[in-house]
Design a protein around this ligand. Structure first.
Ligand code: SF4
Length: 299
């Protein structure tokens, strides 16, 4: 452990602060975290935290989710500029206009959206819960925002008519079918795993397609894998399982720099220099967003 890591660990104990971090951050961040997981796991875990202050090492929409589900806590986003470029691609007024024109449709938000967007939706889903939540909705037509690639999987999985707009995760959408084909030729013994945010043809060509946490569990059971998902997943698995052969497809393309903004130095500054942004949201936005999030947590 470095001197900085030691100082963080002792000050967070002294100040009674809880640190939670996303799987896409560097493994050294996990070493000072009380919990590390994918978005849904972070939100569920934070609902049982005893400490009054939670530092979220991830992007802003995740810190907003933690605040929405634990409004009595002080929630700090460790790096003020850590935002997901997909989460705010749509403005709330577009959803209000859509609802007026299509009163019978359900509007469903991917978890990777701002609190203001979640507040306009009927339900919120993660990659892991998307098909289940949408199947249970009584509506035959659904507008799914923002990730069109996940919307296509919901259409295939539910048989419902799913409208999408032209938004996607720039990281996972960058993988092409040709990339998968070439990788399979190069490493013919490896299983191919892809994130659900990848394009449809990529997920169909893969041996397994899932959310970050599901990919993690699947890879633990394999000897050799090619991972078409954010680069940190492969790095983390390789560190924990040095005997496995783990190839990350195009690591430069599959790096989410927004998640990577938060480092050990960032956390040190949060604890020692009051760095970071405290999440504050209007009560009515939190109340309406919480309703759509509950639909996801109850699945
Ligand atoms: Fe957003 Fe994609 Fe980065 Fe996740 S990996 S935070 S969806 S840009």
């Amino acid at each position: 452990m470095t001197e900085k890591t030691d100082k963080i660990l002792s000050l967070k104990k002294e100040k009674n602060i809880y640190i939670t971090s996303h799987l896409y951050l560097m493994p050294e961040v996990s070493k000072v975290s009380d919990f590390t997981g994918d978005t849904l796991a972070i939100v569920k875990d934070s609902m049982n935290v005893e400490q009054d202050t939670i530092v979220v090492c991830a992007v802003r929409f995740i810190a907003e989710m933690v605040k929405i589900m634990s409004p009595q806590k002080k929630v700090i986003l460790a790096h003020p500029d850590a935002t997901c470029p997909m989460a705010g691609q749509i403005l709330p007024f577009r959803l209000r206009a859509y609802r007026e024109e299509h009163p019978d449709d359900a509007i469903v938000a991917y978890i990777n959206t701002t609190a203001a967007l979640k507040a306009e939706c009927d339900a919120c889903v993660t990659t892991a819960t998307a098909v289940d939540v949408c199947s249970k909705l009584p509506n035959e037509r659904i507008l799914f925002i923002p990730d069109r690639n996940i919307g296509e999987k919901i259409q295939r999985g539910t048989g419902k008519q799913v409208e999408t707009w032209n938004c996607y995760c720039p990281i996972h959408n960058s993988v092409s079918y040709e990339d998968i084909k070439l990788a399979k030729e190069l490493w013919s013994n490896a299983k191919v795993v892809a994130h659900l945010g990848c394009r449809e043809e990529v997920c169909i060509a893969a041996d397994f397609c899932g959310a970050a946490g599901q990919i993690y569990e699947y890879c633990k059971e394999q000897q050799e894998v090619i991972i078409a998902a954010e680069v940190s997943l492969g790095k983390r698995l390789q560190e924990e399982y040095p005997d496995k052969i783990i190839h990350t497809l195009i690591p430069d393309l599959l790096t989410c720099n927004h998640m990577k903004l938060t480092s050990i130095d960032t956390i040190y500054r949060v604890l020692f220099e009051h760095y970071g942004t405290e999440i504050e949201l209007p009560d009515d936005v939190m109340g309406r967003a919480r309703k759509s999030v509950w639909n996801m947590l109850e699945v």
